[in-house]
Ligand binder design. Structure first.
Ligand code: HEC
Length: 133
């Protein structure tokens, strides 16, 4: 009888330890995982933007070489809040005019890590084709 109790007890302890380590893994994943830039781009941006050609919005190839976007702070600020930022640069004022005063949607929910993942993805994706040429 005593033996059985010990066996049951140690089983329960083991279960707890398993549950705990599982929880920790999920929490660790959440805090360390890198956002998927391609997925974010395809979900939020690809309806209007293409990599190589103008669509509803400008092509994304070389975007970080244009206007104020060499500074990612400006780039992230614009994507988060186009309406609130576009008037501060002649570049964006001209761009919005060129697109018939249609401002793109705001993405305030995208964190710095999300943005970094998106624009890193775009950089990599647009490098490939220019290498092939
Ligand atoms: C509904 C269409 C639409 C969506 C969706 C959209 N954009 Fe845009 N985007 C535009 C248009 C149109 C412009 C041109 C400027 C303007 O009128 O706002 C633009 C401009 C830009 C520019 C400046 C381009 C340049 O050549 O300087 C960047 C960067 C940009 N968008 C990034 C994004 C990102 C990142 C997303 C997704 C998180 C996104 N856009 C989603 C329509 C869109």
């Amino acid at each position: 009888m005593a033996l059985m109790l010990v066996a049951t007890f140690s089983y329960a302890v083991k279960m707890d330890a398993d549950a705990l380590s599982e929880k920790k893994t999920v929490a660790e994943q959440a805090s360390t995982s890198v956002p998927d830039g391609k997925a974010i781009y395809e979900l939020n941006c690809a309806n209007c933007h293409e990599l190589w050609e103008r669509n509803i919005g400008p092509a994304m190839v070389g975007v970080e070489n244009r206007g104020p976007w060499k500074n990612r702070k400006n780039l992230f600020a614009f994507v988060r809040n186009p309406l609130g930022t576009f008037k501060q640069w002649a570049y964006t004022k001209a761009m919005v005019k060129e697109y018939n005063d249609q401002l793109m949607p705001a993405y305030p929910q995208l964190t710095d890590a999300d943005m970094k993942a998106v624009f890193d993805y775009l950089k990599t994706a647009t490098k490939k084709k220019s290498k092939r040429k």
